[in-house]
Design a protein around this ligand. Structure first.
Ligand code: HEM
Length: 520
């Protein structure tokens, strides 16, 4: 009796197990009979929510890919997520099949706040296409050359600030990139004593609101758009109480600098800018709105990313002083010590060009890239990718591929050099740090020029060093990062001093406000 009960019990268990496995297989098989990519098992009610990393998601996603494979499937409360663990998978899908993967996740927050002028968050469609076209018209490699004087002037002012206020090198750098984008987008010259300074403040405040709205607070609404119907007094509806402030900020950044640019244009005082190019054609309400979107998007996507990259450069110079010395030696022999370098020197500065490439790779500032949405179902390496799946690249993981980048944690500009010449080949970090396909960063040409000018000018005139002990000797320190987007290094002890009295006087001469004002 006891034995019979045992057998019956075992049989029941087997039947249960087999049915469960069959169910699982049916569940994971999709229309074409293909399975979904592998991934951690989904849990009852919470699907894969507990598998999603809470912090530094590039590390968590990388760990999942190491465990399950190049592409990994997760279910976030019904939203399919596909992690792309290798650069090959990202290029194959987001790049080569970009016709299928150029959408963005619908953002209810963009509509609620009015941030839908930021075309980076727009779904793939006519609105995005028009804004992107307008943006690219004013940011292609030929046009970018027109903005060089703006970038050079901003860098010169920054050098002066480094001399006079080296402790605040970070906040001054942020001001430099903010001001540069405002000048490029609207032709408004921004410096502390000018009236235009207020546009930097508007832009900073607006981006704070943007991150609040699209970050943690607004996240629930992204996931469950139905929450937008909650009354504002409801406990989970804190985002609703903030909406008026976020919307006002979104409007201000889109409208106020644009209006100032139009006024300057009408008075014949405007410098060449994105606005001055786009306004020529902006003869309907729709075209004006597109032009405003393109200009404000430049600020929203451009200033923080350049600022973050510059901070990674400073950290690299502190941690790898030999590369700093080699960069300076190249500058001394090619540019000399009597003038500042410009982008026109780049072709003669292979080591410095390689150094900037290595900054992009060593710590990608958008480590998980920007997600793309599948516009139709697809098949990849025998797996089914459902329509509406969110595809997440992982630039950080690609930058750590030891087959492409041996010793990936080391900062080695020489990776990109052959016989003293720049040789990028398959190692080009630009193929992942700026994203993919139809959504690839349209500001990259400008970013590369501006960052090159900053890096070369700072190294020409200053020595950068890190923490020291009581005897003044360098001490080792561990670089830590802030879990923000774009990613930033945590603040660390950093000393920035002129390389010589000659370098100091070069900065003062080149940067005197009078000369700066007459640069154009
Ligand atoms: C080092 C600096 C920069 C980095 C690392 C960077 C990186 C990126 C990345 C990863 C994307 C997403 C691409 C994708 O969806 O696959 C992106 C998009 C974008 N970037 Fe950049 N970017 C930088 C500088 C800039 C600058 C200076 C501007 C403007 C002048 C800019 C404007 C944009 C815009 C407008 C988009 C949205 C494109 C779209 O959705 O169609 N970026 N960028």
């Amino acid at each position: 009796m006891h034995r019979l009960f045992h057998v019956a019990n075992n049989t029941a268990l087997w039947v249960l197990c087999v049915s469960f496995l069959a169910l699982l297989l049916v569940w994971r098989r999709r229309p074409k009979g293909l399975p979904l990519p592998p991934g951690p098992p989904r849990r009852f009610l919470i699907s894969n929510i507990s598998d999603l990393p809470r912090k530094f998601s590039h590390l968590g996603y990388n760990a999942l890919c190491k465990r399950y494979g190049d592409i990994v499937y997760l279910d976030a409360f019904g939203m399919p997520l596909v992690l792309l663990g290798t650069q090959q998978a990202a290029v194959d899908l987001l790049g080569r099949r970009s016709a299928k993967y150029s959408d963005r996740r619908f953002s209810v927050m963009a509509d609620l706040t009015g941030f839908s002028w930021f075309f980076a968050v727009n779904p793939y469609g006519p609105k995005w296409r028009k804004a992107r076209r307008a943006f690219s018209e004013t940011m292609n490699p030929n046009i970018v050359a027109r903005y060089r004087p703006i970038g050079e002037r901003a860098v010169r002012r920054y050098l002066l600030r480094l001399l006079e206020d080296p402790e605040n090198y970070r906040s001054n750098a942020l001001y430099m990139y903010n001001g540069t984008i405002i000048a490029v987008a609207y032709g408004l010259d921004v410096h502390a004593k000018s009236d235009n300074d207020k546009y930097v403040k508007i832009a900073e405040k607006t981006m704070k609101s943007f991150h609040e709205a699209f970050g943690l607070g607004g996240n629930y609404v992204h996931r469950f758009p139905i929450l937008k119907h909650l009354p504002s007094w409801f406990p989970l509806a804190g985002f609703k109480r903030r909406l008026p402030e976020w919307s006002a900020d979104a409007r201000r950044l889109r409208d106020e600098p644009w209006e100032a640019a139009m006024k300057a244009l009408n008075e014949g005082k405007a410098a060449s800018s994105m606005a001055s190019v786009l306004t020529g054609d902006a003869n309907t309400e729709e075209k004006v709105s597109i032009a405003k979107s393109a200009c404000a998007s430049a600020y929203a996507a451009g200033a923080d990313t350049m600022f973050a990259t510059f901070n990674m450069f400073v950290a690299a110079m502190v941690l790898f002083p030999e590369t700093q010395r080699l960069g300076q030696a190249e500058l001394d022999s090619v540019v000399g010590r009597d003038r500042l370098p410009t982008i026109r020197d780049k072709a003669q500065l292979p080591y410095l060009s390689a150094l900037l490439l290595e900054v992009f790779r060593w710590q990608p500032v958008v480590p998980t890239g920007v997600s793309h949405l599948a516009m139709e179902e697809d098949e990849y390496r025998g797996y089914h990718i459902p329509r509406g799946a969110v595809l997440l690249p992982n630039s950080w993981a690609y930058s750590r591929d030891p087959l492409v980048y041996p010793d990936p944690e080391e900062f080695k500009p020489e990776r990109y050099l052959r016989n003293g010449k720049l040789y990028v080949g398959e190692q080009d970090p630009g193929t992942f740090v700026f994203g993919y396909g139809r959504r690839v960063c349209p500001g990259r040409y400008f970013a590369e020029e501006m960052l090159f000018t900053t890096v070369a000018s700072v190294l020409q005139c200053f020595d950068i060093s890190g923490p020291r002990d009581k005897e003044g000797l360098p001490v080792k320190f561990e670089l830590k990062f802030m879990d923000v987007s774009p990613m930033l290094p945590e603040e660390f002890e950093c000393h920035i001093r002129p390389r010589s009295t000659a370098a100091e006087s070069l900065v003062r001469t080149a940067c005197s406000e009078a000369e700066v004002a007459g640069l154009e």
